[in-house]
Design a protein around this ligand. Structure first.
Ligand SMILES: [Zn+2]
Length: 365
């Protein structure tokens, strides 16, 4: 378990950190000023979705993702690979890249290490991810190795493209597409002259020897941070933990370590204790929209009739703006009547719960 401060061009990030997911340049239902009040220091954006809508060039012309969504703090974008893997139809993977059909209108697109880097540079997040193939589960050893080898070749191509183009971020005023010098309202510092960080992704399926090899060869290529990918793809939880623990042993302690797509409140505490610095998951926000709330007393399914007359707060031990102000009865009513406010309040509470959980972990170190 360790504590650190990541310094990004858009402000500091205290780790271990949970990153809320803002798929379409928004954390569904929550305005940016509330995210700031909740203490969110870094958001995750999904390249696949932003590539399809509104389009990378559109975001770049509007000054990059920070300016477009009016979020002055740090952002991390994924490479788009995982969404292509999980969302799109008719995927065709070759050495060159992935051809896929949009889940929105069936239109044909192509993502490669180079185009995924170009997209993420165009969006201008502080931390961007190498383009990888998320190996499916289950898969036989031969398939896992072939997939891992391709991810390593894609990692090299990602890094090469990044090194050649990294100063083309929209907030770097030396680039012609920069709208103007941007000032970070939190730090007052100019963001010009500095640029993005690129993280590599360790694959290798559930095979510990391949995980070790993937970690060592990814480190050889050399990245600013390292992510553990290819987990939470349907494997049992005990196996996830085993793979994470084994992989962490081979990753450098002086670089940020990011576990992708994890997890429940219990899991994020567990992984922070193992030495993971960064995590993201749609669980708190997605569950909130389905009326599933995480509290200090366990999960609450707010749709249940038993809460109809409950005047108590959602979580008596939570200090968030929702628990301070509203009753379980009211939250249950909003959910039952399908009011938009139900999604807003539920999401605000679940995010608070996750962020407070991480803050307690940081304070315990
Ligand atoms: Zn609360």
């Amino acid at each position: 378990m360790r504590r650190a401060r990541l310094l990004t061009p858009h402000g500091p990030v205290e780790t271990p950190v949970f990153m809320p997911v803002g798929t379409q340049a928004t954390v569904k239902g929550v305005p940016q000023d509330i995210l700031e009040q909740l203490g969110v220091q870094i958001l995750l954006g999904n390249t696949y979705h932003l590539y399809l809508r509104p389009g990378i060039e559109q975001v770049r012309e509007l000054g990059g993702l920070h300016r477009f969504m009016s979020w002055p703090r740090a952002i991390l974008t994924d490479s788009g690979g995982f969404q292509v893997f999980s969302l799109s139809e008719l995927r065709k993977v070759t050495e060159e890249g992935v051809t896929f059909r949009s889940h929105l209108d069936g239109s044909l697109h192509f993502l490669s290490p180079e185009t995924a880097m170009a997209a993420q540079i165009g969006l201008g997040a502080d931390i961007i991810m190498a383009f990888d193939e998320c190996t499916e589960y289950p898969a036989d050893l031969q398939r896992v190795r072939a997939s891992m080898e391709m991810t390593l070749r894609w990692a090299e191509r990602s890094k090469k493209y990044f090194e050649e183009h990294k100063f083309e971020v929209p907030w770097n005023s030396h680039h012609p597409s920069a709208v103007s010098r941007q000032q970070n309202p939190d730090t007052g510092k100019q963001t010009e002259g500095c640029t993005q960080a690129l993280f590599g992704i360790v694959q290798g399926g559930m095979d510990l020897a391949l995980r070790k090899e993937s970690a060592e060869r990814t480190i050889e290529i050399g990245f600013d941070g390292y992510a553990i990918g290819g987990l939470s793809v349907g494997e049992p939880r005990a196996l996830t933990r085993e793979v994470v623990e084994a992989t962490l042993e081979y990753l450098p302690q002086d670089k940020p370590l990011y576990l992708m797509g994890v997890g429940t409140p219990e899991e994020i505490v567990e992984y922070a204790k193992l030495g993971v610095d960064m995590m993201d998951c749609v669980l708190p926000t997605r569950a909130a929209r389905h009326g599933l709330l995480f509290t200090s007393e366990g999960k609450v399914s707010i749709k249940q009739a038993r809460y109809a007359g409950d005047q108590g707060p959602l979580d008596p031990n939570c200090d968030c703006r929702v628990c301070r102000r509203y009753s379980r009865a009211y939250l249950r009513h909003l959910y039952a009547t399908n009011e938009v406010l139900a999604q807003v309040l539920n999401t605000v509470h679940n995010l608070s719960f996750y962020l407070d959980t991480m803050q307690r972990v940081r304070h315990s170190i």
